[in-house]
Design a protein around this ligand. Sequence first.
Ligand SMILES: [Ca+2]
Ligand SMILES: [Ca+2]
Length: 379
Amino acid sequence: MKQHIQTALLGPYSKAHNYLDINERVELETSIAREGLLFPKAASTYFQVLLYILLMLTAFPVNADTRTRKIPDIEYHSYDHYDFPSDPEGEKYHRFLATPPPETLSYTTRMKAIANIDDTPKKETIVLMVTQPRGEWVEWGQWNQAFLLIVENTADGLPKKKDLFKLFASRTYPWDVPAKTIEVQSAPFVFREFRSAEPWGFQRVSFKLIDLTGDGILDIWAEHAYGVAVISFQNGEFKAVCSAYSSTRRDDPIEYIDLDNDGIYEIRIPDRIVISGVPGAAYPEWMSLYKWDGNTYVLNNERFYADNDEFLIGLLNLYNHVLIRHGRFDEYGFYIGLVFYYRGDVPMARKYLQWIAEHAENDDYIQAAESLLKELPPQ
Ligand SMILES: [Ca+2]
Ligand SMILES: [Ca+2]
């Protein structure tokens, strides 16, 4: 919550954006809290009080950055839930998906936006579509795969395709839509198998347009409960520049945030360290921080972990606790080694990572530790 409050006070969002973001966070977090995943009952009142404080804070103007950012001209349109399975106006975009889905599925248009997102003077229309199961038993909102379409609007009123992306899929599907696939993976050093029931039960999948890269051209931030994908117009084409899956049991939202107030956003993707084979072990949050390198988003975890004593102390405490009780510490040990690596503490990084390389049970940690050890300067 501390980070949220900081974001609310210092964040780069315009007031309108801030309000939207916070609302979305509240929606996501209250749904998580309701499920009792993060907050036991005793903590819920405390949680609510913090939410009220947060909402009050966001009611005040945020001046930090609005003076330099132009408010972009964007028109959003959401399709009505009750027009299930689809709205005829939204259906006109389904032809770009070309392939009819299997009989058990249908295409639904979720939302669109009209704004200029490339180097042509005209505005583009950006459309988010999903496949969803058919049938009376299906709840509105269940979906299997998402597609993002970018079209230009021609003089004769017929939209013309500029690009089409497969965004998120709850598994690999057999039908062949002529689209670029964004291979969404867990962030580096997060070795959680991405699993999901099919179809996804959570309803929300959406996008917003914001200039993340600071070049004056709006980028596409597409998000759902399990992950994010960012599409940016670069060197004459639309490209995926950042994407990751994350755990829905994270404490913090996936978010973009301008940490140094230079007009270029960093991206923070929190996840959970899963501890296997140790009953009752705490699953700490692991943050992956990305920065824009002028071309794409690259991992910049040094920025997050190098001076983060609090995180390291927390992890060391968990490590000691598990070590005493269970004699097992593979995952904590790996991440402690990794934090020392980011802090530039070579002897400590080597000590922990060497142990993992030689003794850990999970091959993912062994391989990652070995590759990190090679990056360290020779002894
Ligand atoms: Ca344009
Ligand atoms: Ca941009």
